[in-house]
Ligand binder design. Structure first.
Ligand SMILES: [Zn+2]
Length: 141
């Protein structure tokens, strides 16, 4: 189930490019193009559900399962001291893309926590996505 005018559905159908780190029949994970920290990953169901009020329980668990693996992979590759897992539901809760997604954000003791978006170069994104994808494939069950 694909929704028109949805950037994440366009990534799933390869109409939009993304640095994909993981994909199976139901779930996809890719680098956030405007990361809060370098290594910020998004995990989504491939089918279009607007938010937690729409997603079915099975898909919800599948996405969170992959978010756990992504957390480990991001921590291993970036050397992060911690991980934030964030998930916004509804425009007033700061949901910007109306396709259910889970943020996996590396955090470092040496840096203040902010939610400001950074820009990352294509070299940085390629390096991060390649490394995190490799970690994902090493730990996935
Ligand atoms: Zn969508």
């Amino acid at each position: 189930m694909i929704s028109e005018n949805c950037i994440f559905c366009d990534i799933v159908s390869r109409k939009q490019p993304a640095y994909i780190i993981y994909e199976d029949s139901e779930v996809m994970a890719f680098m956030d193009h405007a990361p809060v920290e370098l290594g910020h990953v998004l995990v989504i169901p491939k089918d279009h559900f607007e938010n937690i009020f729409e997603i079915d329980e099975e898909r919800y668990h599948q996405v969170l399962r992959i978010a756990r693996f992504a957390s480990i992979a991001v921590k291993n590759f970036t050397g992060a001291d911690g991980i934030n897992i964030n998930q916004n539901n509804g425009r007033c809760a700061n949901q910007r893309v109306m396709h259910y997604h889970v943020h996996v954000i590396p955090r470092f003791c040496s840096r203040n926590i902010t939610w400001e978006r950074k820009s990352a170069s294509s070299d940085e994104m390629l390096d991060l996505s390649t490394g995190i994808a490799r970690e994902m494939s090493a730990i996935i069950e």
